[in-house]
Design a protein around this ligand. Structure first.
Ligand code: G1P
Length: 295
């Protein structure tokens, strides 16, 4: 049974400075819900209820967000805001968060290693704090199914344009069945000409505890950091690792442009604001085109 998910949220958020100086990028709102809440909900919907945040300095707002706020509940109750109240109450009581500090930011691989005393000797999920996967199917649940069938680790991937491979961990593998592969190679952020495929790691992993053994001997890699991708490659020496292809929409909220695109797409799905927002977008684009002579 997979009961635990590790969410590494200790990163500096340098791509968003100065906004991330005192505010975690995982708390940036997608309209009115912080990014990290989408990821926690994805874990909960897959039946994984113990959420282990690997956190750092400046990340306190995440702890407050998943806590019960009795003052706020009282305030909403007195104001008769029943729907908001129910929503907030339900959510803060669903999660069972555990916080562990990554004292030094030595990379994603190191962040996962820090969780070992809490995870222990059992399979666990890793879900990155800035990637939202939006689709009918729950990717974590599908990874758990594959793990239950084969008993090994699973890495979720998605197809990217070859020009973008240098932004991701890239995986190549042998076809097993529809959208399932046995990984034979992985490279963290390769150059386009060195990429073994265009299948990029999407930020959802399911590991056997073997990964900890490998993380302990993973040398410093790309960007001077201990890379999770390198540890998975080391794991291939002892165990097979599966990958599954995600066909849902992937939103990388960890860059300004990715964040902006996510906001626009989510706004266009919201019944309460869609019409006004669409009208605004159309006007803005048409004014822009007139001003720049594109119309
Ligand atoms: C991390 C991983 C990379 C993965 C990516 C997904 O990179 O190292 O392998 O493809 O997340 O978002 P980061 O985006 O943290 O640089």
């Amino acid at each position: 049974m997979v009961r635990k998910a590790v969410l590494p949220v200790a990163g500096w958020g340098t791509r968003f400075l100065p906004a991330t100086k005192a505010m975690p990028k995982e708390m940036f709102p997608i309209i009115d819900k912080p990014v990290v809440q989408f990821i926690v909900e994805e874990c909960l919907h897959a039946g994984v209820e113990n959420i282990i945040f690997v956190t750092g300095r400046h990340k306190r707002p995440i702890e407050h967000h998943f806590d019960i706020n009795t003052d706020l509940e009282k305030h909403l109750e007195q104001g008769g805001k029943d729907e908001l109240l129910a929503n907030i109450r339900e959510f803060s009581r669903l999660t069972n968060p555990i916080y562990i500090r990554q004292k030094e930011q030595l990379g994603l691989g190191h962040a996962v290693l820090v969780s070992e005393p809490v995870v222990g000797n059992e399979p666990f999920v890793v879900a990155l704090g800035d990637v939202i996967i939006d689709g009918e199917e729950n990717v974590i649940r599908r990874m758990i199914e594959i793990h239950e069938r084969f008993g090994k680790s699973v890495v979720a991937v998605f197809e990217v344009d070859r020009k973008k491979v240098s932004k991701y961990g890239i995986v190549s593998g042998k076809f097993i069945e529809e959208d399932v592969y046995l990984i034979d190679d992985l490279v963290e952020k390769p150059k386009e000409e060195e990429a073994p495929s265009n299948l990029a790691i999407v930020g959802r992993y399911l590991f056997t505890p073997k990964i900890f053994e490998k993380l302990k001997i993973t040398p410093v890699g790309k960007g001077g950091e201990i890379q999770l991708t390198d540890a998975i490659k080391l794991m291939l020496e002892d165990e097979v690792v599966y990958s599954i292809k995600v066909n849902a929409k992937v939103y990388d909220t960890g860059t300004p442009i990715g964040y902006l695109m996510t906001l626009v797409e989510f706004a266009l799905e919201r019944k309460d604001i869609k019409d006004e927002f669409l009208e605004f977008l159309e006007h803005t684009v048409s004014r822009y085109n007139q001003r720049t002579g594109k119309a």
